[in-house]
Write a protein that binds this ligand. Structure first.
Ligand code: SF4
Length: 427
């Protein structure tokens, strides 16, 4: 049997090294297949990479990944019309019906590694059964199988990805404290989240399933990024405290082996309050900041997006972090359908009251709810009443009070209004 020629490609993975390609490469290598990895985010598109490929697998992890993924797929199709083009990742899953046929030949719904191995082997002429999570136009009408319970885990093959130094972690800037920008290694300890916030693309893509990565595998990956020069670890899990033990155990082992590493995590306000001892320990071990999504500080907004948080949770978490000296990187969806003009005008006062005004990133003053197709929010009765303008992969929405949209236009006037602002690392 000949070697299949596989290109793994990514256009955007949150500004980090695309480890979705890295884990796929590990699985392919174990099957004796050596892929080529392309990250157009840092290296641009090299048409020659696609010329002889049997299979081009394109990662679509975030909303912002869609446009570059389509550009990659179109380039591959133009230079190599017979290549099989498979898309995978959270937003490939969410937009499967819109991408399949129009931009790719197949979509992987859920964990992509085993499906890509099967597709690659089949592309080389092997008689292999394709897993049900690999959807093609042929089985598009069948019930969707989303599988994030892959059997076995492997650390990403980082050596075939662009170097860590090519990726700048912009979020870190405001926490530098006069120090120098670190080299950041993005580490995943689990995929998925147990919660069901209705705007969240993690929930839209894979529901409330969580797949933990064994600590030995996570440590293997941490050793790789340290070897590549990482001085800071960004734990890119959508929710670091998915489990009370897993994440903290990773950090304990990491610090025992690499005492000088700093790190940051993302977690919910209620988890901060439920895990106070863990938060103190993380802070003591070198956690530089905690990213936490607060959406908007009114109960009406928190309930509308099914955040399962109270305003007391949010203010309690802020007060507790301030008390122990832990820094919060708070994120908001400031402009949303449930906020009133009066709420918005009182936001600065709330920031002053809680002390968050000192660290809030200015980008947070112009965040607007993103209503992507496939979002659970589209079944919300209040969202259904909004005036919507349809685009290929999302809807623009108008607030019921035009003064709110006027304020948004004013706030974004000196900005690029078309720029999408992320509220956290995974969305
Ligand atoms: S927003 Fe955060 S807590 Fe909510 S479902 Fe998504 S990852 Fe989980």
């Amino acid at each position: 049997m000949r070697q299949p020629r596989v290109v793994l490609a990514s256009g955007y993975e949150g500004g980090f090294q695309p480890i979705s390609l890295g884990t796929a490469a590990s699985w392919l290598s174990r099957s004796g297949i050596t892929p080529v990895c392309v990250d157009t985010f840092v290296d641009g598109i090299d048409e020659a990479a696609f010329a002889n490929a049997d299979l081009v697998a394109v990662s679509v992890q975030m909303f912002q990944s869609i446009a570059p993924a389509i550009e990659i797929a179109e380039t591959a199709r133009r230079v190599n019309p017979s290549a099989r083009i498979v898309m995978f990742g959270a937003h490939a899953n969410i937009h499967a019906e819109r991408l399949l046929g129009a931009h790719c030949t197949e979509i992987v719904r859920g964990d992509w590694e085993p499906a890509l191995v099967a597709a690659a082997r089949q592309s080389a002429g092997e008689d292999v059964a394709l897993p049900p999570e690999l959807s093609s136009a042929i089985n598009a009408g069948q019930p969707i199988t989303v599988n994030i319970q892959r059997s076995g885990h492997m650390a990403p093959s980082r050596a075939i990805l662009p170097g860590l130094q090519k990726y700048t972690y912009a979020e870190f800037g405001k926490f530098l404290d006069g120090g120098k920008q670190p080299v950041v290694g993005n580490i995943e300890t689990a995929r998925g989240c147990h919660h069901s916030c209705s705007y969240c693309s993690v929930f839209a893509a894979t529901g409330t399933k969580v797949n933990f990565i064994p600590i030995d595998i996570v440590m293997q990956d941490i050793r790789q990024v340290v070897e590549m020069g990482a001085t800071h670890i960004c734990f890119i899990d959508a929710e670091f405290i998915n489990s009370k033990r897993h994440g903290i155990e990773v950090v304990r082992r990491m610090k025992a082996e690499f005492p000088s590493l700093t790190f940051d995590i993302t977690t919910r306000a209620d988890h901060i309050l439920e895990s106070k001892n863990t938060i103190v320990e993380l802070n003591d071990l070198g956690c530089r900041f905690i990213t936490t999504a607060m959406e908007f500080p009114t109960q009406r907004v928190l309930d509308a997006v099914n955040k399962d948080l109270t305003l007391d949770h949010i203010e309690g978490a802020i007060a507790y972090c301030s008390e122990i000296g832990a820094k919060l990187n708070a994120t908001f969806i400031l402009f949303n359908p449930w906020v009133s003009l009066e709420d918005l005008l009182g936001f600065d006062q709330w920031l002053d009251k809680t002390g968050l005004g000192e660290t809030i990133d200015p980008v947070q003053f112009t965040t607007r709810l993103y209503l992507y197709k496939g979002s659970h929010l589209l079944s919300n009765p209040e969202v259904r009443k909004l005036q919507l303008v349809e685009h290929d992969f999302h809807y623009e929405w108008k607030h019921s009070d035009p003064r709110v949209d006027e304020l948004f236009a004013e706030m974004t006037r000196s900005d690029d209004p078309a720029e999408f602002k992320r509220c956290c690392i995974k969305c």
